[in-house]
Design a protein around this ligand. Sequence first.
Ligand code: SF4
Ligand code: SF4
Length: 261
Amino acid sequence: MVKKRLSKEKQGLTVLTPENDFRFKCRQDLDCFTRCCRNITIVLTPYDILRMKNALNILSVEFLANYTVSMIGDAGLPVVLLKMNDNDEKNCPFVTRQGCRIYPDRPWTCRIYPLQPESSKITEKAGKQYYSVMDVPFCLGLDADKSLTLAKWIEEQGVPVYQKMEAPFKTITGNEFLGRNKITNRNIQEMFYMACYDLDRFKRFVLESTFLERFEVEPEVVEKIKEDDVELYYFAMRWLEYGLLGQHVLKVKPDVMGGKK
Ligand code: SF4
Ligand code: SF4
């Protein structure tokens, strides 16, 4: 018999702080197993894409072409969504009968499920992230007897590294300048898309164009971005701070300033 689920209000869990707990246990033997991996909107962060394309051992350009759709968001910046299969179920391309085939590298949204971020001016000002439990009628995991705290769930699901990696991206997209000035220039939108989502192309842009002749980049950084996608991502964020927000985090070489190049 399926137990009657308490509404979020009755559970007293409208918004969770790290110490609050909630009831949830996902199991492979539940009738709803993998049902949550269908017909959903998953916005991918740059770090989601970095992890997923590396898990699949493909280049970012291939990942973007095969598994994503993109659109222009409210601020005029590109937003990338995971593309569901074009069938009746509209299931995720990574779901199998046994579950998610990229589970260790699943996107941030899938990690925090059944929670969703709650944001308000107060929480943003406090620099804190709060979550609420999603009301998903078919999810039998929400009927579990087991409860756990938000803090424990975040830790168990490997969310902290995603939060850390998303921080520079959020700083850029949340910048006041972008809030006041919608981006309409196609070249800027394309630069943003490449730096955030198409990291392998961004790497070629840095290493194989005249970029390094024009900008002073620390030799150790150049070496690191050849091998390490995380370092490459941090450098891409630095490039956006410079190119998009006009911050002095990169220096043009003196001979370029002098007009020789
Ligand atoms: S319990 Fe919920 S999260 Fe787990 S498979 Fe079922 S619907 Fe998905
Ligand atoms: S990425 Fe994995 S967990 Fe997320 S919707 Fe797809 S199959 Fe499910």
